[in-house]
Design a protein around this ligand. Structure first.
Ligand SMILES: [Zn+2]
Length: 778
């Protein structure tokens, strides 16, 4: 729809009247970089929709040297690196020595030569805009417009986003700004406003999942009441942990302590079993580090001291807030951080985690039990999971091999300090504002936030934690809707078709492997927008207004946790959403061969029913393609159509695949961003996804009757525009398996041949990669 609108708009750019109006009062003026051009008292004329202006004053204003050859009636203009010549009565013109066609021939009226304004200005590198309210034609030179940052042939990302980059300021409470961040803010604001409205209208009086979410919202939004309550809600739990004086005592009450947030140092989660993908397994891991990555705990990291110091200071501050003396708070905080350092060293690094398989070390419960003489791991799991799980996997095997060194009676003092201090830290976001602020210091420092988040954001985050699927489903139904969901589903089907074709035409895989790959593609599960039905647990979540926010959250999170544990050893439900629909992101899960595209990602300019199909393919199309490609990246290729870790390749085909992946690793190893080289190994699966995704979407876009590849590429560059704080860029380079946004644009498009033909990119341009050096797997 908008496609037609845009077309009309560009036509009307210079069509302001009927043909040959020698307008006096109705005339339009021409301004160049804001200054109007006097055409020697002659007005522009419009003929068949083309504006013609006296050419001499125009060329002069454009800074050109002019020459008139009477014998051939040819006018030419030159300035450094540019030349243009036109002939009266001819639609042939020469620009920089190249013959081009003009939409209207220059003509002479009373000895004055008129030429088409748009053509001349455009050829000279000016942007031409028509302002209908002022009846003004505005010419903007590249030096003041987007080309200020350079040519798109040299830096596509900078050129397309120049205006935005120059005019965007990073908000003080944000670590980064860009399209994805904008979508996140928009979705949060829409949902926050709707929750406030529903609260005012008494929607909490209805006892369904939305009614209960609004009840919870009202508790979270009542900051005055939370201020009065202080830390009352966690006093009893603090007393409990303080009364436990041995590991043996702690282990005795394991179940209750665990569900109240006083846990042994384990992370527990569920996922399909990698070698038996129809069953759900329990995965055991080291808890998540407060410093977001293990490298911050290592003394070789120059920032380690600063951030560990800040972590200690923050814990100590929180402990004083719950009544400890400064001295005691410092002692507890210091012991807590020492203990955390002891076990975080066994966490898998971001590079190790880029290989999904490293998470998989299946154990029987008897084998698991054998890892510790100091705690009964079997009892621990039976207590919290509610049964002895059959499908168990330990992620970092070294952690379990060293468990007795970490969890033992002598270490109990330190372990107790860690349990106590981190319990306050985890509870703080649900208490009064002073707790919320104190507990966010470390993350703000790590991510470079200059200001604390707004109250609206705090409240949203509190509600979204237990109710994300309820809020997400509401968002999807309200703001995406069934029609757009269907439209994107059709795009997905189209893209799957493109991939199938590409697989059939593939020249480095045998038919046997191709057959398996197509089977995997055919069995790929696609979750688009929002689920048709919420998980059974959500209607059961009830909020009691007479209890505190903290206690309600605990009850609800415990119910969700128990329902997750109930899934262990059961059949995997491939239609279960692992990402809530109000998340601005997308995912591919190899273990169930499932792509998820949440509704919150399906907003303009990433996706809009009203923008051109080429634009949609350049952003959401390439993102969907990215997720599909993950099924065949360095991780995905190891899993079959149901998600089992199974080699479905012939030896030789897999070797070819590895060779192609290696070329991508090597190319990215050579790419520099902010003075750092990209880690090609760590980012390989995402880079395969990016290149494969854009190429797949490009194929689909090329099949459109009104394909516009310029729009397609520009849309990709717009989607990833970003400004970020140095702290965030630093952390991102350590932990992210994605390349930085600018690299996601430039390196990816420079590997597609169509980029060269669409934008006239040639050898010598900075974006240029020789055809033989362009890489892709799919
Ligand atoms: Zn990805």
């Amino acid at each position: 729809m908008k496609k037609i609108g845009a077309l009309l708009l560009s036509l009307s750019l210079l069509t302001s009247g009927v043909a040959s109006v020698h307008a006096s009062d109705k005339t339009s003026t021409v301004r160049i970089n804001g200054e109007s051009i006097q055409f020697n008292k002659l007005d522009p004329i419009i003929e068949n929709g083309v504006t013609l202006v006296p050419i001499s004053p125009l060329l002069e204003k454009l800074g050109m040297k002019m020459e008139w050859v009477e014998s051939t009636r040819t006018i030419s203009g030159t300035k450094e690196n540019f030349s243009l010549s036109m002939q009266v009565g001819s639609t042939d013109a020469t620009v920089n020595g190249k013959l081009v066609k003009v939409n209207a021939a220059p003509k002479q009226i009373q000895n004055v030569t008129y030429a088409p304004l748009r053509f001349v200005a455009g050829a000279a590198g000016y942007k031409v805009d028509w302002d209908p309210s002022q009846r003004q034609v505005n010419l903007t030179s590249k030096s003041t417009d987007e080309a200020a940052k350079g040519r798109l042939q040299d830096d596509f990302y900078e050129a397309v986003n120049a205006k935005w980059l120059a005019s965007t300021e990073l908000p003080a409470d944000k670590m980064s700004a860009g399209v994805l961040e904008d979508l996140g803010t928009e979705v949060k604001e829409l949902l926050s406003a709707d929750m406030a409205k529903m609260a005012a209208e008494g929607r909490d009086k209805t006892d369904d999942e939305i009614g209960n979410m609004i009840k919870f919202y009202k508790l979270a939004a009542d900051r005055e009441k939370l201020k009065e309550q202080g830390y009352e809600a966690i006093k009893a739990d603090i007393a409990t942990i303080k009364s436990i004086n041995s590991l043996a005592d702690f282990a005795k009450n394991q179940k209750d302590l665990y569900f109240r947030g006083l846990a042994l140092p384990f992370g527990l989660y569920y996922m399909a079993d990698m070698k038996n993908a129809t069953k759900t397994a329990l995965y055991l891991d080291v808890p998540e580090p407060a410093l977001l990555d293990k490298s911050y705990y290592e003394s070789k990291n120059p920032q380690s001291e600063v951030f560990l110091g800040l972590y200690k200071k923050m814990l100590s501050e929180l402990l004083v807030m719950v009544g400890e003396t400064q001295q005691e708070a410092d002692r507890i905080a210091s012991e807590a951080v020492t203990f955390e350092k002891e076990f975080i060293q066994y966490k898998l690094s971001s590079q190790e985690l880029s290989n999904l398989e490293s998470l998989y070390n299946p154990k029987t419960i008897t084998e698991l039990k054998a890892y510790s003489n100091n705690i009964d791991l079997e009892k621990f799991l039976v207590d919290v999971v509610g049964k002895a799980p059959k499908h168990i996997s330990v992620a970092p095997i070294k952690y379990f091999e060293n468990l007795d060194k970490i969890i033992n009676e002598q270490n109990w003092g330190k372990m107790k300090s860690w349990t106590y201090a981190t319990f306050i830290l985890k509870s703080a976001p649900l208490l009064s504002d002073d707790f919320v602020q104190a507990s966010s210091q470390l993350k703000r420092a790590l991510l470079g936030h200059k200001k604390i988040e707004t109250t609206q954001e705090t409240v949203y985050n509190i509600v979204n934690s237990p109710f994300q699927y309820v809020a997400g489903n509401y968002y999807g139904k309200t703001y995406l809707g069934a029609e757009a969901k269907q439209d994107v589903t059709d795009m997905v089907k189209n893209l799957i078709g493109v991939y199938k074709n590409k697989l059939l035409k593939n020249d480095w895989m045998s038919d046997k492997t191709k057959k398996e790959a197509i089977k995997k593609l055919d069995n790929m599960n696609m979750l688009v927008g929002y689920p048709d039905k919420l998980d059974d647990i959500y209607p059961l979540l009830k909020v009691d207004e007479n209890k505190t926010l903290y206690e309600n959250n605990l009850v609800i999170q415990t119910m969700i946790l128990k329902s997750s544990f109930a899934k262990i050893d059961q059949s995997v439900n491939r239609n279960e959403w692992m990402m809530s629909p109000n998340t601005v992101n997308a995912s591919y899960l190899a273990l169930t061969n499932t792509v998820t595209i949440p509704a919150a990602f399906l907003r303009a300019p990433i996706y809009d029913k009203n923008q051109s199909a080429s634009q949609n393919y350049g952003s959401i199309g390439a993102i969907i393609g990215h997720e599909i490609s993950h099924g065949f990246d360095t991780n995905g290729a190891k899993y079959d159509e149901v998600g089992n870790l199974r080699r479905w390749w012939t030896e030789e085909d897999y070797k070819n695949f590895e060779k192609k992946s290696k070329a991508i690793i090597e190319q990215y190893n050579g790419v520099e961003y902010l003075g750092r080289k990209i880690n090609g190994q760590m980012t390989v699966s995402e880079n395969i996804g990016d290149i494969g995704g854009l190429m797949g979407a490009l194929e689909a876009a090329k099949q459109l009757p009104d394909a516009n590849l310029q729009e397609f590429y520009q849309s990709w560059a717009t989607a990833w525009r970003q400004k970020a704080r140095p702290e965030y860029e630093q952390l991102f380079s350590i932990i992210s398996r994605h390349s930085p946004n600018k690299v996601r644009v430039n390196t990816v498009i420079a590997n597609t041949d169509e980029f060269y033909s669409t934008f006239g990119v040639k050898k010598g341009d900075a974006m240029y990669i020789a055809p033989e050096d362009r890489v892709s797997v799919w």
